[in-house]
Ligand binder design. Structure first.
Ligand code: IMP
Ligand code: MG
Length: 176
C-alpha cells in the first residue's frame, strides 16, 4: 500500500509519557486482579504495541489473545460498520477478561465487542483503552491512558492506511 498523502505532525504523547502511564495502568491491574489470571484480549491491529507493553507491566500470570474487527476503511473517518475479522481462540466463559483497545473514538467498536464478549459469559469483563477521544464517551473503560484531542493520530500501534504503527510516540497525522 502506498504511503497516504500527508505528513507526520507534532508529538501528542511522547514515548516516555506512554511508558510511564502504561506502567501505572499495569500496576493498577496487578492490584485489582491479585490472585487471578486475567485474559488480555487485544483488538488488532492498533492495540498490539500497547498490549505488549501492558502485558509486561502486569505482575501476574496473564494470558493473551487477540480479536480483529473492521470498523474503519483505509481513510480517517468511520465507515460505521463493525465486523469480526478474526475471533478469539480462547473460551472466555468464567474468565476474567480485559479488553485492550488502542483508542475509543465513536465507541462503536467497544460497544459491539463488549456485547459479543459479554454474551460468552466471562466471570468479568473490563475495558482498558490507551486513548479516549475528548468529548466522546469512554465506552465504559475502567482503565484508560490519555484523553486525546480531535486530531487523527498515528504511532504506537495506530495507523493511517497501515502506515506509521511503528513510531514510538503518538503524533498528529496531517492530511495533505
Ligand atoms: P470507534 O469504533 O469509532 O471507537 O473507533 C475505534 C477504532 O478506530 C480504533 O480502534 C482505531 O483503529 C480507529 N481510530 C479512531 N481514531 C483513530 C485515530 O486518530 N488514529 C488511528 N486510528 C483511529
Ligand atoms: Mg485503524
Amino acid at each position: 500500500m502506498s504511503i497516504p498523502a500527508g505528513s507526520i505532525g507534532r508529538v501528542v504523547i511522547a514515548a516516555d509519557d506512554l511508558a510511564a502511564r502504561v506502567a501505572e495502568i499495569g500496576a493498577q491491574v496487578t492490584e485489582d486482579y491479585r490472585g487471578r489470571q486475567p485474559l488480555l484480549v487485544g483488538v488488532l491491529k492498533g492495540a498490539f504495541v500497547f498490549m505488549s507493553d501492558l502485558a509486561r507491566s502486569i505482575d501476574l500470570p496473564v494470558e493473551i489473545d487477540f480479536m480483529a474487527v473492521s470498523s474503519y476503511g483505509s481513510g480517517t473517518s468511520s465507515s460505521g460498520v463493525v465486523r469480526i475479522v478474526k475471533d478469539l481462540e480462547t473460551d472466555i466463559e468464567g474468565r476474567d477478561v480485559i479488553l485492550v483497545e488502542d483508542i475509543v473514538d465513536s465507541g462503536l467498536t467497544l460497544k459491539y465487542l463488549t456485547q459479543v464478549l459479554g454474551d460468552r459469559r466471562p466471570a468479568s469483563l473490563e475495558i482498558c483503552a490507551l486513548l479516549v477521544r475528548e468529548g466522546a464517551e469512554d465506552g465504559g473503560a475502567k482503565y484508560f491512558g490519555f484523553p486525546i484531542p480531535p486530531d487523527f493520530v498515528v504511532g504506537y500501534g495506530l495507523d493511517v492506511a497501515e502506515h506509521y504503527r511503528e513510531l514510538d510516540a503518538i503524533h498528529v497525522f496531517e492530511p495533505a
